[in-house]
Design a binder for this molecule. Structure first.
Ligand code: SAH
Length: 216
C-alpha cells in the first residue's frame, strides 16, 4: 500500500468514527476533513492523533476528543459570515476547524506558549482568518465583541457573565459547565431578544476555565 492509500484509509476511518458518534452535519464533517489532527499533536502521543481520544499537549492541557470537537462545532451552527470567539486555544485544532466555517475566528488562551505555537501552526497551514491572542477568556474579548458565536473549551461552574454579554442577539454559545473534578454538562445558550435560552446537550469532561493569565 502506498502512503497515499494509508492516508486515505486513515481519513475514512476518522470520518466514520465521527459519524458513528453522532457528528452528522455535512459542513462540520467537511471542515474536519480539511484539518489534519496529526499537525496539532506532537511528541509521544503523535501516533494516536487519529484516535477518538483527548491527548496531552503542553502546559498540562489537552486537545479535545475529535468526536467532542465535532459535536460542539455542529451545535454551534456556524454561518459563513459569522465572527466566532473561541476561549481555550490549546493546540489550535478546534480553531482550525472553525476557520473553515466562519468569516473570522478569534481564539484566546491564558498560556503564552500555547498561543505562540498555535500562531506558528496557523501561519504554516495558511489559515488567515484566525487571530490567536493571550487573554483571560473568562472576560471575553471586549475589543472585538459582540460575537455571532462563542465556543468555550474549558469548564466553568456557570456561564461567565462577560461571555453572555458579548453574544449578539440570536447568537449561540456552546460551553461545558460544572465542577472540574465532576462530570460536566455541555450546554447550548441562545441569546434571545430578552434573556437567554439554555439547552443541555450531553455529559462531557474538560479541563477547568482558570481566571487570570498563566505563567508560561
Ligand atoms: N480547544 C483546544 C483544547 C483546549 S484545552 C484544542 O482544540 O486543542 C482548554 C484550554 O483552555 C487550555 O489550553 C487552557 O489553557 C485554556 N484556558 C483555561 N482557562 C482559560 C481562560 N480563563 N482564558 C483563556 N484560556 C483558558
Amino acid at each position: 500500500m502506498t502512503d497515499e492509500d494509508d492516508i486515505a484509509e486513515r481519513q475514512m476511518r476518522f470520518l466514520f468514527g465521527l459519524r458513528s458518534h453522532g457528528v452528522t452535519d455535512k459542513r462540520t464533517l467537511s471542515a474536519m476533513e480539511k484539518v489534519d489532527r496529526g499537525q496539532f499533536v506532537t511528541g509521544t502521543f503523535a501516533a494516536r492523533a487519529y484516535d477518538d481520544v483527548p491527548l496531552p499537549i503542553a502546559c498540562g492541557q489537552t486537545i479535545s476528543q475529535p468526536s467532542v470537537v465535532g459535536l460542539m462545532t455542529q451545535a454551534l451552527d456556524v454561518q459563513p459570515r459569522d465572527v466566532v470567539l473561541e476561549v481555550g486555544t490549546g493546540s489550535g485544532y478546534q480553531a482550525a476547524v472553525l476557520s473553515h466555517l466562519a468569516r473570522r475566528v478569534y481564539t484566546v488562551d491564558r498560556h503564552r506558549r500555547l498561543v505562540r505555537d498555535a500562531v506558528a501552526l496557523f501561519t504554516r497551514l495558511d489559515l488567515r482568518n484566525v487571530t490567536a491572542l493571550v487573554a483571560d477568556g473568562s472576560r471575553g474579548l471586549p475589543d472585538q465583541a459582540p460575537f455571532d458565536r462563542i465556543l468555550v473549551t474549558a469548564a466553568a461552574e456557570d456561564p461567565p457573565g462577560p461571555l453572555l454579554a458579548q453574544l449578539k442577539i440570536g447568537g449561540i454559545m456552546v460551553l461545558p459547565v460544572g465542577q472540574s473534578d465532576h462530570v460536566q454538562s455541555l450546554i447550548k445558550v441562545t441569546r434571545l431578544e430578552k434573556g437567554y435560552d439554555y439547552q443541555e446537550l450531553r455529559p462531557v469532561r474538560f479541563v477547568p476555565l482558570v481566571e487570570g493569565l498563566g505563567t508560561d
